[in-house]
Design a protein around this ligand. Sequence first.
Ligand code: 5AD
Ligand code: SF4
Length: 481
Amino acid sequence: MYNEIDLDKIDIVTEPPTEEPARQYYFMAKCREWVREFERKNGRRPFAFTQTFGCQMNARDSEKLMGILRKTGFQEIGDEKADFVLYNTCTVRENANQKVYGRLGYLNTLKKKNPHMMIALCGCMMQEPEVVEKIRKSYRFVDIVFGTHNIFQLAELMVRRLEERNMVVSVWKGTDQIVEELPVERKFPFKSGVNIMFGCNNFCSYCIVPYVRGRERSRNPEDILAEIRKLVSEGVVEVMLLGQNVNSYGKTLDTPVTFAQLLRQVEKIEGLKRIRFMTSHPKDLSEELIRVMRDSEKICRHLHLPLQSGSSRILKAMNRRYTKEQYLDLVDKIRAAVPDISLTTDIIVGFPGETEEDFEETMDVVRRVEFDSAFTFLYSRRTGTPAAVMEEQVPEETMKNRFDRLLSEVQQISARVCARDLHTTRDVLVESLDDHLEGYVTGRLSNNTIVHFPGDASLIGTIVPVYLEESRGFYYMGTAG
Ligand code: 5AD
Ligand code: SF4
């Protein structure tokens, strides 16, 4: 396995190999030389800090980036006072971009005190040419800029930066390449994200993701299953299968496979206890998938099913390719098959042209479905998307007013429905010590609800039956047994 490769055995005097991932191990070995040199001069290993913005896909990418840094000898620390700082950015809404620019100002002051500091930016924001232009012009202290398609090249780009002494910018427009077998540094020993596909072909009219993450590419089922088996052998009991639209998994493979078929295979892996996935597009959620969920022992009783809007007229303008009625029918079918399922969603308020009536349709769906929770977003205008040039952009004040009304409705419903398992005993996967209460641990039910109960660190990573004694809105207090 490449993962176990000893960097010291790699010949870094010859030319780098052209094939992947051997090429990246060569550059990791070169970085390791630099790290050793640093250690000799400073009496310690260099510190690395990574900050992730955005979604689960980015979180998983950051684990891969950290894996490369660890392999080369960097030591992870918890803040920016590091020798290498990496921001993995998100651009789905404008405020995500603003946050990064704000933080860059702070990094500039740190770098003035520590000129050897290396600053790298990657992720979705870097796929936008205007952003890269702005960084080249106004943030010249940044060392490395790369995008979402070549995160596997981190070591190569670091070596280039050390050799060239200029800002290194390497942003690919797209790729067909999926490089396997690179080191990964997992945040949790007992659960892990697993990419099953990259990119998105849906082009919802408000969304920038298809432009920054590129076309849909599925990983081979054998590679996915091998990765999960390896994770399980390392102690992982829960996996989250990741993709922008997992329901269209496998369509573009040489031998097409459905997402439901993949799930059936994953289910068979011995030692794996829980399977989650994210995100589902309602238009592609098949009856076959509902059956697989119904019959499964391991697939969690939770489905994240982004609604975006409850108005069929707005859904059409959003290019979501389902109507309000189709969404509600789908929810009925899922609930008929899996009655105790928890449904969560994403909703955008203030899409161009949204009227009070359209908004009321959204409220209507929220009341009818009774989501366990909903991520609510103010519509954000993203340059380059069809919605950005639509007339009738909704005034900010109207948008905010609707947002507050929606949030309050969502919260009231959620406090009520989250209590559905009160006074029953359910399995909890313990994730950490409780942040607030001494002598308590925190875990999750299959349906993703949080539970706190008395326990100690030895329980972390295990599944414990817990009696749910009290519901406090979004979480439970319980007792083991
Ligand atoms: N404005 C507001 N929210 C957006 N999302 C995606 N694009 C935008 C946008 N331009 C939301 C959607 C998606 C979630 C990840 O982010 O609800 O499901
Ligand atoms: Fe964006 Fe739509 Fe693709 Fe989700 S499915 S990433 S909202 S374009």
